[in-house]
Ligand binder design. Structure first.
Ligand code: HEC
Length: 141
């Protein structure tokens, strides 16, 4: 009996770990309209763009996505779904990452950052969002 009980405890722990760790891939990209998926990044990834994006990321994204982009930001602890772990690889096109940044992922804590969706003064411009896409990719390396 004792063996069965500890086994149950162990499987409960494994189950909890599975539930609590960020998925490598989010389902968010399934919500992106077809014509937005293939849009290419019009912004070049130079040092200035990455530096600006890093600043914006720290201010607006890090609390959930984590400083490394692993989805373990302190603000994301109890979220369901959790933000994805970009450090495990990014399975999304630039167009998808951009669209989700601007429009969010419906019914999750990922809110859209475009004007009219984000709180006043917190919006992300189109150019900044494309820069963020480059920055997110750099976290995936
Ligand atoms: C309040 C928490 C929170 C903040 C702040 C936040 N996100 Fe998210 N984000 C999430 C969650 C949760 C998901 C997963 C959504 C899903 O699975 O549908 C997500 C998903 C995403 C995705 C889709 C990722 C993929 O690989 O499919 C992108 C892109 C994204 N966020 C960009 C950003 C950017 C850029 C910022 C900052 C401007 C930001 N997020 C701020 C919680 C947050």
């Amino acid at each position: 009996m004792k063996a069965i009980k500890s086994c149950l405890t162990i499987s409960a722990a494994v189950f909890c770990l599975t539930v609590a760790s960020p998925a490598a891939f989010s389902a968010a990209k399934d919500k992106v309209p077809g014509d937005a998926k293939g849009v290419e990044n019009p912004v070049e990834a130079d040092d200035d763009v990455l530096k600006t994006a890093k600043k914006i990321y720290k201010k607006k994204c890090k609390k959930c996505h984590g400083s490394k982009g692993d989805g373990k930001g302190p603000g994301a602890k109890d979220m369901d779904p959790l933000p994805p772990d970009w450090t495990a690889g990014i399975d999304a096109t630039d167009g998808e990452l951009y669209w989700i940044t601007m429009n969010g992922s419906a019914d999750t804590e990922m809110k859209g950052w475009q004007a009219g969706m984000a709180k006043e003064g917190k919006e992300v411009s189109e150019e900044e969002a494309w820069g963020l896409v480059h920055y997110i990719r750099s976290l995936g390396n």
